[in-house]
Design a protein around this ligand. Structure first.
Ligand code: MG
Length: 285
C-alpha cells in the first residue's frame, strides 16, 4: 500500500434504517473504502443484525470507522430548537438518552468498532452555570462506559467555539474523549472560522467530516446553508492542508445531511469523492 492509500481513506456517513446517511450500496457503488454509521433503531441493535452487517461490510470491503449516536426527538429546525432538543444536554431526555448512548456503544462493540460519536448538544459557555457541571458528569459517565467497551468517544464539533471545546474536554478529564471535526458545522452554527478552530483543537481530532457550508447573514442566530463539498465557505483545499499540518491521517468522511433522492445524492457524493481524491493527490504528492 502506498502512502496516498494509507493516509486519508475516503469515507461516507451511512445509515441502515435511521438518520440521513447514504445507504451502504451507495458507498459500495462509489468504491468508498470506509464509512461512519448512524446508529440504527433499537430493534436493529442486536447481535444478529450486527453479524449480518459485518458480513455485508466484509463483502463490500468497507471498514466501519465509527458509530454515531442520535436520538428520537432531536430537531435541527433552527438554532434555538437544536439547543433545546439535541444530545445529552437537555435535562428532560438526558437519562433515557444516556442509557441509549451506552446501548449504542455496546452495539458498536458487537460491530468491533473502537469509536462512538455524538452531538453532545449545546454545552453552556458559562462554566459556572449548573448545567455545565451536569454535562461534564454525563460525558464522564458515557466515556467510562465506552472505555469498558475499549472505545473512544468523539464529540462532533459545531456548537462550541474552539476555546470552549478545549476547556470542556480538559474539564471532563477522560483520556478517551476526542473530537470528530466538522468544519461546515462551525460555519452553519456561526461558532467560528473552521480552519483557525481546527488548528486550536487539532491534538484531539481523531475523525473528521468533509462537509461544506455558507455563513448566515446573522451567524449564530440563524442557520448557514449546507452545500455540496467545494461550493461553500470552508475552503476544502485549505482544510485538507490544515489536517495534514496537525498530523491527521484518518478517514475523510463525506457527510451530506440533506434528505434527497438517491440519484442526486449519489451524484453529489461521487463528485465529493472525486474532489477529495484530486486534492489528496495534490497535497500528499
Ligand atoms: Mg458532521
Amino acid at each position: 500500500m502506498n502512502e496516498s492509500q494509507a493516509i486519508w481513506p475516503i469515507g461516507v456517513f451511512a445509515s441502515i434504517d435511521a438518520g440521513l446517511g447514504v445507504k451502504l450500496e451507495v458507498a459500495q457503488e462509489l468504491g468508498v473504502p470506509t464509512i461512519q454509521l448512524h446508529a440504527p433503531a433499537q430493534a436493529t441493535r442486536t447481535r444478529q443484525h450486527a453479524e449480518a452487517f459485518q458480513q455485508r461490510l466484509r463483502e463490500a470491503q468497507i471498514t466501519l470507522t465509527a458509530v454515531f449516536g442520535g436520538f428520537e426527538g432531536e430537531s435541527y429546525a433552527d438554532i434555538p430548537t437544536t439547543a433545546r432538543t439535541v444530545g445529552l444536554v437537555p435535562r428532560e431526555t438526558r437519562a433515557a438518552r444516556t442509557k441509549e448512548m451506552k446501548e449504542i456503544s455496546d452495539f458498536a462493540r458487537l460491530l468491533g468498532v473502537p469509536v462512538v460519536a455524538l452531538h453532545l448538544g449545546f454545552v453552556p459557555h458559562d462554566t459556572t452555570d449548573p448545567l455545565y457541571a451536569e454535562v461534564l458528569a454525563v460525558t464522564r459517565d458515557v466515556c467510562d462506559h465506552c472505555r469498558g467497551n475499549g472505545q473512544a468517544l468523539h464529540l462532533e464539533t459545531g456548537q462550541e467555539p474552539a476555546d470552549a471545546l478545549v476547556k470542556f474536554i480538559a474539564d471532563v478529564e477522560r483520556d478517551n474523549l476526542f473530537i470528530n471535526f466538522d468544519p461546515a458545522n462551525m460555519i452553519l452554527y456561526g461558532s467560528g472560522e473552521p480552519i483557525a478552530a481546527l488548528k486550536k483543537v487539532g491534538r484531539w481530532v481523531r475523525s473528521v467530516h468533509c462537509k461544506d457550508g455558507t455563513w448566515a447573514k446573522r451567524p449564530g442566530q440563524e442557520w448557514g446553508a449546507e452545500v455540496p463539498l467545494g461550493q461553500g465557505d470552508v475552503g476544502i483545499e485549505n482544510y485538507l492542508r490544515t489536517l495534514k499540518e496537525i498530523g491527521y491521517t484518518g478517514p475523510l468522511t463525506i457527510e451530506r445531511e440533506i434528505a434527497q433522492e438517491p440519484q442526486r445524492q449519489k451524484a453529489e457524493i461521487g463528485h465529493a469523492v472525486g474532489l477529495l481524491n484530486e486534492l489528496k493527490q495534490k497535497i500528499l504528492a
